[in-house]
Design a protein around this ligand. Structure first.
Ligand code: 8YV
Length: 304
């Protein structure tokens, strides 16, 4: 194996598991990209391993494969890569459980005010033997609206059975119409990919359809929600939210930091040891298939 595979924008340690060892002879190099700095052009690189980073094919004239470390490939520029004859792969399936679990962690944390409770204890504000006046809304019997009933959304729906919640869902134009789902749900969770038709899907008008006290959970992509409008709703205290993703990561709107009605996590959806190792395995298997001239294991077929 003589090609150069460049790991872009991640420390080598981001590829958990033995990513490099099954690529004997390949020159695998790390190319950390910090502070939005552009990559140096190189004409010896045939494979790029990226985590949903924009790729400019002109910088890599020998490029033939971009192996995305993640399922979402909205920032790569798949259309331009395809026009240059560059194949793209991603890591579908293996992160469904981890992302669905985190979604439920956020639902429970927001709905039962877990983080607020933790802060109270640490601040020495727990004085009576029981938490008087610190009530939350019950999960059992509530209505959960799942926006995007694909692999991850379905994994969220399966877990919902154990919590005795009523599930509404919408997938593209099927299921409960989105506006109706928003108006009927106590909790709304987003699982659509980011695409031109979902960019800003949750605009100011749609956010106002959420009931007072409703929770919005986002473990998909920040850009699906108009962030300024969401910040306004959260600052007003009308709704609650659990947010794992943001429009300009790693920047989080400062207005959110002091709010008790929002739980913030740093894009942790796939961040379990087991899932990251499985993602690494798929990245490596795709590169090996590419090197052998075999069909790619998980090629990206659609997208812009
Ligand atoms: C990240 C994700 O890509 O798979 C996706 O689409 O958003 C995440 O899994 C992954 O954490 C690597 O940064």
């Amino acid at each position: 194996m003589a090609f150069i595979a460049l790991i872009v924008g991640m420390g080598d340690s981001s590829l958990e598991g033995s990513c490099h060892s099954p690529l004997p002879g390949a020159g695998v190099r790390g190319a950390p990209r910090r502070g939005g700095r552009a990559l140096e052009p190189r004409d010896d690189v045939e494979v790029l391993i990226v985590a949903n980073e924009p790729v400019t094919p002109e910088q890599f004239p020998s490029l033939r494969l971009v192996a995305n470390f993640g399922v979402g490939y909205d920032r790569l520029g798949v259309g331009a890569l395809r026009e240059c004859g560059v194949a793209v792969t991603n890591t579908p399936g293996v992160l469904d459980a981890a992302t669905a679990d985190l979604t439920w962690a956020l639902i429970l944390a927001v709905r039962r005010r877990v983080v607020e409770g933790d802060r109270r204890v640490r601040a020495g504000e727990w004085r009576a033997s029981w938490a008087e006046g610190f009530l939350a809304e019950e999960l059992t019997g509530s209505t959960l609206g799942i926006v995007g009933l694909g692999r991850i959304g379905s994994a969220v729906a399966r877990r919902a059975e154990a919590f005795d919640v009523r599930v509404l869902s919408t997938r593209r134009h099927e299921g409960t119409p989105l506006d109706e789902l928003l108006a009927q749900s106590d909790i709304v969770t987003i699982h659509t990919p980011l695409a031109p038709e979902t960019h800003g899907l949750f605009d100011a008008r749609r956010l106002t359809l959420l009931n007072d006290g409703a929770c919005l959970i986002n473990t998909a992509r920040g850009e699906i929600v108009e962030e300024d409008a969401l910040v306004r709703e959260l600052v007003s205290g009308r709704i609650r939210a659990g947010l794992d993703v943001f429009a300009h990561e790693p920047r989080v709107p400062e207005e959110l930091f002091q709010l008790p009605n929002v739980v913030l996590t740093p894009h942790l959806g796939s961040a379990t040891r087991q899932t990251r190792e499985a993602m690494t395995r798929i990245v490596v298997d795709n590169i090996l298939a590419f090197e052998r001239g075999d069909p790619l294991v998980t090629p990206v077929k659609a997208g812009v």
